[in-house]
Design a binder for this molecule. Sequence first.
Ligand SMILES: [Ca+2]
Ligand SMILES: [Ca+2]
Length: 403
Amino acid sequence: MKKGKLYTVGFMVASSCVCAAVLTFANTQLHSRISTNENFDRIRALITAFGLGNSSLEQQQIIDIYNQSVTTKKLRQMELYEAYKDGKLIGYAMDILGRGKYGLIKGVLAIAPDAKKIMSLLIYQQNETPGLGGLISSPQWLSQFNNKPLITNGTPGLVISSTEKGPNVVHGITGASKTTFSIVKIINETIAQYLSGGDVMQALDLGIGVDAVTQATPGYPKNLNKPPNLREEVRRGSFMTPPGVKNLALGKTVTSGMEEEPIIGELDQITDGIKKSDEFDYVEMDPGPQWVQIDLGRIHTVFAIVLWHYYKNPVIYNDVIVQVSDNSDFTGNVKTLFNNDYDNSTGQGTGEDTSYYSRWWGEIVDARGPDNTGMEMRYVRVYTNGGVADEETKFVEISVYGK
Ligand SMILES: [Ca+2]
Ligand SMILES: [Ca+2]
């Protein structure tokens, strides 16, 4: 009896071991087959994107073409494919990897040999809703990416819009805005990473969702004395930075060049994170050129400074100058990152930057530098000299994005 029980237990243990082993083996086999299929899907997508073949070819033919024509190289944190035909470079490609509404989206983005335009985009894996988000794999939707410039008006990447026009605009898919937003985000991050020499880049989240700002669409006043350096308002693309940046100015101390308190509001409202532009959301300064200054507490690496002046009514502010320094009195080691004082009325030098209508999306001052490595600073000073129609200087918020 005792012996029989032991035997039963022994048999059960042994058989579950066998079962587990069989399952593990099956799983490994399955996994390696999935991985092989996925590699082949990628290879076929690359060959098609480079125009070296199409899906009517046999699997072995596609693999042969790939082995003959495509080489890979490492661009810092990025894998770059290079394709050659008859010894001549025909393009580059990068993997596209992102999260759709229902899982991972995988594809390849091919770029022309001059590195200025997209050759083609192909999606080889996605689980989006057929007929809606699933249309991202359709040749018709994908073909709009052909020949799109990598950079438009100095801003890398593409913009989704059904109403706007422009070389960088692509159309979304009706009823699948989440999927299309996601894929354009992936593309923009990939383009930015490629242009930065292979470092990972992400779209900066400025926290300007519908609830965070006063999305006023003010009518532009007639007879406004427009400054000669007023820029045309165009849709701004994503501003790309390395990952891990945050608003370092949040809650930090703000001082000003005025002897008294502001006319309306408190200086610390400029770093309270609130970007609305209603009655109690702004800080009104004395007339004439004024500055406010933020102390980040220590030296940080900064990639962007973002300004929100009062914007509920249309205002073009005069003489907006942004300077940074490592000392609080801005004596020595001062860098000017933005200056739109075109006639040097403030005496700080003629500024080459453009004037603009203050708007809810904020004005981004670029501090990334040529290698996207950012800029060292502790103090940020922003000058403003009222609006062009004699409006008062009113600050809403200043954010400083860095690490
Ligand atoms: Ca504020
Ligand atoms: Ca001026």
